[in-house]
Design a protein around this ligand. Sequence first.
Ligand code: NAD
Length: 307
Amino acid sequence: MLLQQSYMFEIMEKEDFEEVVFSQDKANNLKVIVAIHDTTLGPALGGTRIWNYRSEVEALKDVLRLAKAMTLKAAAAGLNLGGGKAVIIGDPGKVKSEALLQTYGRFIQSLGGRFITAEDVGTTVQDMKIIRTETEYVVGTKLDPSPFTAYGVYRGIKACLEHVYGDKSVEDIHVAVQGLGKVGGELVRLLFESGAKVTVTDIDKDKAKRFLKMGAEYVEPSRIYSVECDVFSPCALGGVINDSTIKRLKCRIIAGGANNQLESEKHGDLLAEMRILYAPDYIINAGGLIAVAHKLQYGKLSKENIF
Ligand code: NAD
């Protein structure tokens, strides 16, 4: 497929993107797009996502939306960082290799520090360590930001409860969690610790098993939207609040860790009309970024000194 330059520049101008860089390395199966949205406040920091996109256009749309959200997230959290993101196209279980990550690391290095990366969906702390062998512009090699993200989401849920119900505590609520990865899994653990009722789902059913042992209920991925609950917590991918899902929601609050939960701005207005409180993703899921920024600045951190 040929992407016309006029198409790319139109998008970049409209959304104020500074730079979008494509790179490929056939020998190592690397196809990557890095989007640098805004570096006014500092270098663009954003995770590297490896995902089996259905098309290059889908990957491009994802990286652009994610990068812009990172600008908002860093600014809202008061950090001296800009917004960027990287996506590597491919099934992480198939394309990810040491050689791919090293080649990718060299590419990040070539950007000269305008983009600093970290883990995201499809990448791990171990992957960041491999990338680190080729570039200094990577964080999260010693620190997994996910527990901090999850803790921020947990605290955000509590703030939403206070806003909607006044004095209802976590032990009296029912939360439906979509996605049981690094963030969703830790969030479920925190919710259980506080005595909440939890319904979970994941496209990888094996991940759900350990939560069923804790007492969670499981529903098929397509049924999570219609679970009658206090809080729906999207912790998988973006765009989950859309024309087809919004009609099925039976919750009072949406508060989760996933980036770009609303497919478009109009879905935020619709939620307000439906009197469903929506915790903006780039605020509620900023815990991991705050932790990483703190580590960059001070060299050490603990949950206590960032929350
Ligand atoms: P992860 O890859 O560890 O987990 C994602 C999980 O979602 C996987 O278990 C996957 O199987 C599941 N999933 C994917 N599609 C699904 C679907 N349709 N239905 C149900 N489950 C599905 O990723 P993560 O690090 O936990 O991140 C989750 C979300 O939070 C992403 O949107 C990410 O961008 C966002 N986020 C993560 C962090 C962080 O610190 N890790 C920080 C901010 C935002």
